[in-house]
Each structure stands twice: as C-alpha cells, then as structure tokens.
Design a protein around this ligand. Structure first.
Ligand SMILES: Nc1ncnc2c1ncn2[C@@H]1O[C@H](COP(=O)(O)OP(=O)(O)OP(=O)(O)O)[C@@H](O)[C@H]1O
Length: 321
C-alpha cells in the first residue's frame, strides 16, 4: 500500500451546531486500505465527523475530498461510494434478516434480479446465513450489529464508516467483528470506525486519530501513536532451553527499548516491557537469533492499563504537538 494513496482528505473542517463547536479546524488524511480508528471521549465530535464523511451533513467551514470529489458538491456520488453504519439500530420489528437487506438493496437501486445473490453473499460474509429467515428483533446484539454492517455493504462501497461498532459487544462478538473487519480489509475496503475505548481500537485498527473537543490530538499508525502516548507493550518470548534464559535476559536488559525483563523460575518464558515501534521489535528478534538463542515464540501483548491511563489524561484537554 502506498503511504501517499489518500482516499479521504479532510481539510480544516469546523462544524457548529447553534452554540456548540462540534469540530474545530480538523484535518486528517485517511490512507486507502486502512482500518482507521477515530478515538475520543463522548462529545469529541466522532459522530459529527462520520456524518460529514458520509455526506449526510455539511461542515460549516472547510472541505472533505473523497479522491477527486469534494463531498458537499457531489453528495450522491459520495453516498454511492461509502457505507455508513450509525451508532443505533433502526427498529424493524416485522422484518426478517433477508427482508431487512432487501429493503436496503431497494433503497440503493440494486436491480431486483440481483437481490437474491447480493443478499445471500452478504449474509454469508457476516456469518448470518443460518439466520436469514429469523426476525431481526430476535437476533442477539452482535448479530444485529453484523446485519447492520451487511446493510452498510449492500451497494458494495469502497469505504465503510462505522460509528461505535463494538459498543455493547461481548468479547467473543468483538473478536468476530475484528475478523470481519480484516476480511473487509482484504477485500480492499477502507474502514473508518469510532470508539471511545482506545484499547478496543488498538486491537482492531491499523491507524488511529485521537480526538478531543472537536480537535485532532494525535494521529498515525497504531504503533507510532501508542509509542508517542508513552504506552508500553509487553513482549513475551519463549525459548527452547532453560539454560539460555539468563543469557537472553541480560541481552534484553541491555536494549534501549526494553525497560524491564522477568522470568518465572523454572520456565522458558520471558516477559519484557517494550516501548518502541515494529521496526525496533524486529531488530530485537534479529539480535536474539543472531546470538543463537533458540526462540520458539515472540509475541507482543498490549499492556493496556497504562496506555488507557495516558489516553485519559491527554483527552482531558491538552494537545500533543
Ligand atoms: N444535532 C446536534 N445539535 C446540537 N448539538 C449537537 C448535535 N449533534 C451533536 N451535537 C454536539 O456536538 C458535540 C459533538 O457530538 P458528537 O455526537 O459528534 O460527538 P461523539 O464524539 O460522537 O460523542 P458520542 O461518543 O457521545 O456519540 C457534542 O457536544 C454534542 O452535544
């Protein structure tokens, strides 16, 4: 993926509702093929931004470019290119999952003779084929969420805009959502999702923008942003032989990006506090291998609590420049 291949360019937009400035001089480039997380506390302006990107409302000032189209000049063109999932479910008490998607296929002008195929493919994609004839109201929250996602995909948009898609989901449903987003990314979609939970986004996204009070605080790749926030991750390294554990511990302790190394007596598992980017991580692995240490596994784990604390403190007001 080209770093410069921007699909959405947001230029200095502000949005004022009567007395509230929901967005203030907000600029951001969204690269094609990313899963881009908009993170911020309630009222940060995430929904407002997504609705502007979906061409449902216009910014008070500033512009949004979708490839070569300016969103407010050609809203219907943009609406064909984006699929928007709001943060609430509509109420359709008397529709089955299939009927629900048929309704939206009709709205998007999908020819009738294609409905069956499109809907069956979508239900399969979101793993709801077995629920095709169930009433929407009887589905679980996670299933409703996936059905809404299928609805946002009905016209095969290039970009998906999902407002708080993980909210209220249990851990299993969140994992399923994450897998579904990865599948969509493999299908070359660009996905923008919002959340007020940083960790949820760090798991799901390739890039994140942190928002506060309608302004951009910090944006970039997940690793870069978490690094700049001062968050550390834990590296779990398993060796083949216990005899080499102390040698590996010493080597790790001497590395700039590692602050602490521990090992439970009698095991071959090392845990190291790591604050660096992916390039630093790959250098560490290379160093271990070069020294002939028998590495069986090498895995980063997000050490979430601390990261969330830093996020809470920065979204209380200040901007990182
Ligand atoms: N239609 C509206 N009329 C007036 N004020 C609004 C309107 N929509 C949003 N706001 C205000 O704009 C600000 C940003 O709201 P927005 O919904 O975009 O934030 P958010 O980050 O999505 O928050 P949440 O996570 O609570 O949905 C808030 O202060 C909100 O009260």
């Amino acid at each position: 993926m080209e770093a410069t291949d921007t699909v959405i360019k947001i230029q200095n937009i502000s949005k004022r509702y009567r007395t509230v400035n929901a967005l203030n001089d907000f600029s951001l480039d969204i690269p094609r093929g990313t899963i881009y997380g908009l993170i911020g506390p309630n009222g940060a302006g995430k929904t407002t931004l997504l609705r502007i990107l979906a061409a449902l409302i216009s910014p008070t000032t500033g512009q949004v470019w979708f490839e070569n189209e300016e969103v407010t000049r050609s809203p219907s063109v943009i609406q064909r290119k984006v699929g928007y999932m709001p943060d609430f479910f509509g109420v359709y008490p008397d529709l089955t999952a299939t009927e629900y998607l048929e309704f939206y296929a009709g709205i998007h002008g999908i020819p009738r003779n294609k409905h069956k195929r499109v809907i069956s493919d979508l239900l399969e994609l979101v793993d709801l084929s077995s629920k095709r004839d169930e009433m929407v109201e009887t589905l679980s929250r996670g299933m409703k969420q996936r059905l809404c996602l299928a609805r946002a995909l009905v016209h095969d948009p290039e970009v998906l805009l999902l407002d708080e898609p993980a909210s209220g989901l249990d851990p299993r449903a969140r994992v399923e959502l994450r897998e579904l987003l990865r599948t969509l990314q493999d299908m070359k979609k660009t996905i923008v999702i919002s959340s007020h939970i940083l960790l949820e986004m760090a798991e799901m996204c390739s890039d994140v923008a942190i928002m506060q009070g309608g302004r951009l605080v910090l944006a970039g790749g997940v690793d870069t942003v978490t690094h700049r926030l001062g968050g550390s991750r834990q590296l779990e390294i398993r060796l083949l032989e216990q005899e080499r554990v102390s040698e590996a511990m010493q080597l790790l302790k001497d590395m700039a990006e590692i602050s602490e190394v521990s090992n439970d007596e009698g095991t071959t598992l090392l845990q190291a506090e790591f604050s660096g980017d992916d390039a630093a991580m790959s250098r560490i692995l290379a160093e271990l291998i070069t020294k002939g240490l028998p590495v069986v596994s090498f895995a980063p784990r997000s050490s979430g609590g601390r990261l969330e604390d830093v996020f809470m403190s920065i979204t209380e007001g200040s901007t990182i420049s």
